[in-house]
Ligand binder design. Structure first.
Ligand SMILES: NC(=O)c1ccc[n+]([C@@H]2O[C@H](COP(=O)([O-])OP(=O)(O)OC[C@H]3O[C@@H](n4cnc5c(N)ncnc54)[C@H](O)[C@@H]3O)[C@@H](O)[C@H]2O)c1
Length: 507
C-alpha cells in the first residue's frame, strides 16, 4: 500500500496476557509508535515477554532490517506493569489470556474499575462471542473483538469484530489501529469462527470425508490439493502442523455453535486419532510420521507404461474434450472420433460432481471401458483418475500410462462423486458464498482475509469465479443428489450468481 503511514488513534495500549499472541500484538503496537504496557498474572511472564520482543528487535538490527536507534526507540515504548491497576493510563487494552468466557468477562469487569470510561477493551478471542464477553461489562459499547493470527507479525491480518452493542466509533478506531500496526483489517460480524476460521471449515472437513469414504489416502489428497489446487500445503499436512488437539476442538466448536450445521460436520476420524494421541507433528505422529521433525511421505505408486490402445473421449464437456484430444494426439495414441466408442476403446470421461459409474451409464457407455479424468483444473501439474468398480484393469492401466506419458504425476482414486479437488474446492467456495450471504463481511474482505489468514491461492469467491460458479453449482448439485447430504446444498448466494452468470464477488 502507498501513501502516508496511518496514525494510530490510540497512544497507550495495555496487553493482558503476554503469551504467544500478547507478545506479537505488543511488538506491532510498539513498532506503530504506541506506548505498550505489559501485564500477566504469571510470575516472570512480563519480563520474559519483554526480553523476547527485544531479542527480536536485536536480531532485526543484526540483519539490518531496522537501525539500532529504531530498536532502542521501540524498546523504550515497552513498559512492564506489575499489577492490573498499572494499566490505568491506557486508552485501549487488548486481552490475550486463557480462552475462557468467565476469565475474560472477569478481567474486563476488573479493568472497568481501573481505566477511564473512554478506554476501549479489546479481546483477541478466536472462538468466544464478543457480545457475551461484553455482556457483563458496565459499558458493553466499549468492548470489541480484535483477533490476530499466529505468528502475529507475519500474519498480516486482524479481524475487527464489533459485538451487538459495540459503539461505531470504537469499531472505526480499532480498524484504524489495526492498519497503523501494518495489518489488513477485516471487519466481521460476531458470529462463530468470525470470518477466517469460519471460511477455513471446508478444507479439512471435506478432506476428512473423502478419507472417510476410502476414496484415497492422506498423502494423495495432499498431493492433489497442492499440485492441482495450488494450495501451499495439503489438508492433512496442515492438520498435523496445527495439531488435532487444536483443530478437532475448533471443528467441533464451530459445528455446535452453528447448531449442527452439516457443512461444518466434523469427522469421527479425528476424534479417534485424538483419543490415540496421534496429534500430529508435536507428538511425532499424526496422519504422517515425523522423524527428527521431518515428515515421512510415502512414495507415489509407480505407473507402468503400456502400449497404446484406441482412445474415445466423451464430448460431455467440449473444453475438457479438446484438452484431452490434444494430450492423446501429443502422446501419439490412436483416437476414435465416432459418436460411440468401439468395443476395444479406452473411454475417457470428464465428470463434474458425478462418479464414473453414473457418468458412464448416463451416456450409455460400457462401464468396463470407462475411466474418468478430473478436468476442473485442466491437465497441468498432476492428473486425477478414477474408474467404475467394473472397469477392466487394462483400461485403467492404459489411462494411467497415457495421462503420465509426459512425466506428469497421476493419482488413481476410487470411484467417487467429484474426485478430490472438485469436492474440496466446491465446499470452500460454497462456505465462502454462504459467509457472503450471511453478511459476515463484505465480499472483497472475505477474499482478502482468506488469502492472508489461510494462505489459499484465492479467496473463496474469487476461487468460485476462477473455476466458474456454474461449474461449482454442478459439482455441488451432483454431490447433493448422490449423497442426499444437505452438507452439499448450494448457498443461495452461489445459486443466484451462477444463474445470472455474475461474479461471486458482486454484492
Ligand atoms: N495461539 C493462537 O494461535 C491464537 C490465535 C488467535 C487467538 N488466540 C487467542 O489468544 C488468547 C491467548 O492465546 P495464546 O496462544 O497467546 O495463549 P498463551 O497460553 O501463550 O498465553 C496466555 C497468557 O495469558 C496469561 N494469563 C492467563 N490468565 C490471565 C489473567 N486472568 N490475567 C492475566 N494474564 C493471564 C498466562 O499466564 C499466559 O502468559 C486466547 O484467547 C486464544 O484463544 C490464540
Amino acid at each position: 500500500m502507498s501513501g502516508e503511514p496511518i496514525v494510530s488513534p490510540f497512544t497507550t495500549l495495555g496487553i493482558v496476557g503476554t503469551g504467544a499472541m500478547g507478545r506479537g500484538i505488543a511488538q506491532l503496537a510498539a513498532q506503530a509508535g504506541l506506548q505498550v504496557m505489559l501485564f500477566d498474572v504469571k510470575e516472570g511472564a512480563v519480563k520474559e515477554a519483554n526480553a523476547f520482543i527485544n531479542g527480536l528487535w536485536q536480531r532485526s538490527t543484526e540483519k539490518q532490517r531496522i537501525s539500532t536507534d529504531q530498536a532502542q526507540q521501540y524498546s523504550k515504548r515497552l513498559i512492564e506493569a506489575y499489577e492490573l491497576a498499572d494499566l490505568a493510563p491506557c486508552d485501549i487494552v487488548v486481552e490475550a489470556i486463557v480462552e475462557k468466557l468467565e476469565a475474560k468477562q472477569g478481567l474486563f469487569r476488573d479493568l472497568e474499575a481501573i481505566v477511564s470510561p473512554q478506554t476501549v477493551l479489546a479481546t483477541n478471542t478466536s472462538s468466544l462471542s464478543v457480545t457475551a464477553i461484553a455482556a457483563t461489562c458496565q459499558q458493553p459499547e466499549r468492548v470489541i473483538g480484535f483477533h490476530f493470527f499466529n505468528p502475529v507479525p507475519l500474519m498480516k491480518i486482524a479481524e475487527v469484530i464489533p459485538g451487538l452493542r459495540t459503539g461505531e466509533d470504537v469499531t472505526k478506531r480499532v480498524n484504524a489501529l489495526g492498519k497503523a500496526m501494518g495489518h489488513f483489517t477485516a471487519q466481521t460480524t460476531d458470529t462463530p469462527g468470525f470470518l477466517v476460521n469460519h471460511a477455513g471449515r471446508a478444507f479439512g472437513t471435506e478432506a476428512l470425508r473423502i478419507l472417510g469414504e476410502s476414496v484415497t489416502d492422506p498423502a494423495t489428497i495432499d498431493r492433489i490439493m497442492v499440485d492441482q489446487g495450488g494450495f501451499r500445503m495439503g489438508p492433512f499436512t496442515l492438520l498435523d502442523l496445527t495439531g488435532l488437539d487444536v483443530s478437532h476442538a475448533v471443528m467441533e466448536s464451530i459445528y455446535h455453535q452453528y447448531y449442527e450445521e452439516t457443512r461444518f460436520r466434523p469427522s469421527p476420524l479425528t476424534r479417534q486419532r485424538l483419543a490415540a494421541g496421534l496429534l500430529g507433528r508435536k507428538t511425532g505422529e499424526g496422519f504422517y510420521r515425523y522423524v527428527d521433525g521431518k515428515q515421512q511421505l510415502p512414495d507415489e505408486p509407480t505407473i507402468e507404461s503400456v502400449p497404446p490402445c484406441p482412445v474415445w473421449i466423451s464430448q460431455d464437456d467440449p473444453q475438457s474434450a479438446a484438452a484431452l484430444t490434444e494430450l492423446v494426439t501429443a502422446a501419439g495414441w490412436p483416437l476414435e472420433a465416432g459418436a460411440q466408442p468401439t468395443a476395444k476403446a479406452l473411454c475417457l470421461l470428464t465428470p463434474f460432481g458425478e462418479d464414473t459409474t453414473t457418468c458412464a451409464l448416463r451416456q450409455g457407455l460400457e462401464a468396463q471401458q470407462c475411466v474418468a479424468v478430473d478436468m476442473l483444473a485442466g491437465l497441468n501439474n498432476r492428473r486425477s483418475l478414477m474408474a467404475t468398480p467394473i472397469t477392466q484393469i487394462a483400461y485403467l492401466q492404459a489411462a494411467s500410462s497415457l495421462l503420465s506419458h509426459d512425466g506428469t504425476p497421476v493419482s488413481v482414486l476410487q470411484d467417487s462423486n467429484g474426485f478430490v479437488l472438485q469436492r474440496v474446492i466446491a465446499c470452500i467456495v460454497n462456505v465462502g458464498a454462504d459467509i457472503a450471504q450471511q453478511g459476515v463481511a463484505a465480499p472483497t474482505t472475505i477474499d482478502r482475509a482468506v488469502e492472508l489468514g489461510l494462505g489459499y491461492p484465492f479467496g473463496p469467491l474469487r476461487m468460485g469465479d476462477h473455476y466458474g460458479a456454474a461449474r461449482i453449482m454442478t459439482i455441488l448439485t451432483n454431490l447433493c443428489d448422490a449423497t442426499g447430504d444437505p452438507r452439499y446444498r448450494p448457498s443461495p448466494w452461489l445459486r443466484r450468481r451462477a444463474a445470472l452468470n455474475m461474479s461471486l464477488t458482486a454484492a
